[in-house]
Structure formats: structure tokens, C-alpha cells
Design a protein around this ligand. Sequence first.
Ligand code: FES
Length: 181
Amino acid sequence: MSTPHDESARTYPDGRPLAEQPQWRQDFPTDVPEDQGLARREFTKFLVLTSGAFVAGQCWIAAMSTLPESDDYPELRIADDDAVPPGGVVEFRYPNDHEPCVLVRLPDHRLVAYFQKCTHLACAVVPQPEHGQLKCPCHNGYFELAEGRPIAGPPRRPLPRVKLVVRDGGIFAQGVEYRTV
Ligand code: FES
């Protein structure tokens, strides 16, 4: 059985031994079948690792979706309750300065708030209370306003919903609900 450094056992394209090969090949001998076998092994290893990473990612997503949501969200006063009439819109950031959100009062006086990043490719959605929807102008995606669920265009997942509470004359954000359907 040959070892990686057993020069006499190497195979060359023309079948002649190493001593009869051109000088450049003697200087840098390469066993073509062994080299191809190595490439196949490397490719197989790559496929196994990539598949493993994909399966691990899916398991992580499944595990995360079964966990209870964190209660570690800050409380943020968004606006005075009487400052948002039906059809009124207030933009704010929550739970940190990097997350733009939008608050809307529906015609029936209910309040809803969502992350403003479209669940397709993260463009900012625009509330259209008069049509009962939020529109993403990038690829004409639409979400219905009362629940934030996708109704047209490329988005497939609902907008994350900001949990609200009205207290002491103010509208407060108190958490985020991530939804997959
Ligand atoms: S980014 Fe919103 S539809 Fe594409």
C-alpha cells in the first residue's frame, strides 16, 4: 500500500515512472488519481458539513419557536393616548434605537404597533390606515393592518407585533411578539 510520500507508487498521466518524467514534474510530482480522490473526499466532506449546518440551523429555529418569549423588554412611552385619533400614525423605535416601529389607531379605536421592517427584505413598510393595510413600496408587498399579516406580494411572514398597554393617559410598548404564521 502506498503512502502519501511513496514516490515509486505514484501514477503519472503517461504511465511512465518518475525518473522518466520531465524535470518540472520531477520537481513537483503529483499523483493524478490520488489528487482526484482527495478532491472528491474534500467535496464530500464539504457536503456533509454544509448539510449538518443546515440541519442544525433548522433545529435551532424550531427550538427557539418553542421557547417562551423573553420578558426582558423595556417599557417605552410612545405617545399620549388622546394624541392618536383613529387613522393616526406614530413612528417610534423599540426595543432599541435600531428598530423602527409604527403605531396606528384603527377606525374601531384599537391600537396596533409593528416593526416597520418588511419581512421580505427589510424595506420600511408604510401604514395606509384608509385602506386597512401597510404597504412595502420596494416590491409591492402588503400586510393587513389589524394583525400585520401578509396579504399580497413577496412577504410570507407577519410583521413582529409590539405589545401595547394604555395606562395613565399614555400608550406604552411593553414587549415584542415574533410570529411565523
Ligand atoms: S422588501 Fe418588502 S416586499 Fe420586498
